[in-house]
Design a protein around this ligand. Structure first.
Ligand code: DP6
Length: 387
């Protein structure tokens, strides 16, 4: 391979959360999870790769910083698993197994903002490596999973389930698509990026502590997740928004209850997160229907789900309730059309200004893809001047 291969991969938002591992090393989960894959246009990781005899060492540049592969067990694992796949598909003696690989990767959204960047990052790395080496029919989700669990779901578009499986080696723990993005094209996702600088416990550490100490987690895994997974897949199949939305909110709330049940507790939501939760419930109450739902990750940012038909009215109320000093052009990002001025359909009270950093509106996407806009030159040097 003497040319650069570049791909983009999306973020995915879990509506049934993965929280807890049955195997730390192989990154095998204790429970199934379900997610929605977002469109790459608004948020993605882009990764360029070149490999060949002229590259002298494996090397990964991530957002302008060089990463040590030897010291990063997960990164190394992904490289090793891809080289194994090359051996399986191209033969033990294939020259390509020995080639060193140069990777340059960038997110088009803030990496540390708790916006599921590691999922997009590892999915992109694995997908780009597979494309660069022409590896067909490999179980890419299972390789991406070993970079970061949630990454296995970003290999597919639309609605995705990651099955926990029972096999010790994890052969039955992989991601499958439940439905394509085109199944529910009216679905919109609103991301509320909350102003917050506090350092949070990482997902990896938080879930490890939860497995050790939370009684509630056991109940969730045995009872709640199996029932909810079945129900939400049915709701997705039927495009039953109210059912989908209710399960989403209940699962997010239970996940954060488990974080509090962890000892010492992991507190990921802040005051603004709680104000968003109240506002969503008040809004649904006022409309007499579940029009919008929320889910939160291991951080204070909110991911809201709503259908296109209800978007404009909700957005008008949202910007009234969470006002800003910024011009709307920087506050409102993504696929949002101009909002009617000063429409307050339900007249909720405005909160303090700039509780949110910005609001991003996006839709579902169809998964990773190859693009032509490379981050590396054909001699392996970086296109930007960080080297
Ligand atoms: C709250 O996939 O980041 O986003 O497997 O240790 O890398 P590791 O954890 P990670 O955890 C994601 C947790 C979550 C829920 C989810 O995505 O399902």
């Amino acid at each position: 391979m003497d040319k650069v291969v570049t791909c983009v991969a999306p973020v995915n938002i879990a509506v049934i959360k993965y929280w807890g591992k049955r195997d730390e090393h192989l990154i095998l989960p204790l429970n199934d999870s379900v997610s929605l894959t977002l469109d790459c246009d608004q948020m993605h990781t882009k990764t360029s790769i070149i490999a060949g005899p002229f590259i002298t060492e494996d090397c990964v540049w991530l957002n302008g910083q060089i990463m040590s592969i030897e010291r990063n067990e997960r990164l190394k694992k992904c490289f090793d698993l891809i080289r194994n796949l090359i051996k399986i598909q191209k033969g033990e003696n294939s020259q390509e197994v020995k080639w060193k690989i140069r990777v340059c990767s960038e997110n088009n959204f803030p990496t540390a903002a708790g916006l599921a960047s590691s999922a997009a990052g590892y999915a992109c790395l694995v997908y780009t490596l597979a494309n660069a080496f022409g590896l067909v029919n490999g179980d890419l989700p299972s390789i991406a999973r070993q970079g970061s669990g949630s990454a296995c779901r970003s290999i597919y578009g639309g609605f995705v389930q990651w099955t926990a499986g029972v096999d010790d080696q994890g052969y039955d723990s992989t991601a499958v698509q439940i439905a394509a993005d085109t199944h529910w094209p009216e679905m919109r996702i609103i991301i509320l990026v909350v102003n917050d600088s506090k350092k949070k416990t990482s997902s990896t550490v938080g879930m490890k502590q939860a497995v050790k100490t939370s009684e509630l987690l056991k109940y969730r895994i045995q009872k709640c997740v199996p029932e909810r997974t079945k129900e939400i897949i049915q709701a997705i199949t039927d495009k039953n928004f109210e059912k989908f939305a209710e399960i989403t909110m209940r699962d997010s709330n239970q996940f954060h209850a488990i974080c509090l049940d962890t000892y010492p507790p992991c507190v990921y939501l802040n005051q603004v997160s709680h104000e968003i939760i109240s506002f969503v419930h008040d809004y649904n109450e006022a409309t007499g229907q579940i029009k919008v739902s929320y889910t939160f990750y291991a951080g204070p940012n909110a991911f809201l789900f709503i259908q296109q038909i209800d978007l404009s009215l909700f957005m008008s109320e949202l910007v009234n309730v969470f006002p800003t000093m910024q011009p709307n052009s920087s506050y409102l990002r993504g696929i949002v059309s101009t909002l009617p001025n000063n429409v307050k359909p339900y007249g909720f009270k405005s909160k303090d200004k700039d509780l949110l950093k910005y609001i991003m509106v996006t839709k579902l996407g169809n998964g990773p893809k190859c693009v032509d806009d490379h981050l590396l030159n054909s001699d392996g040097t970086l296109k930007s001047k960080i080297e």
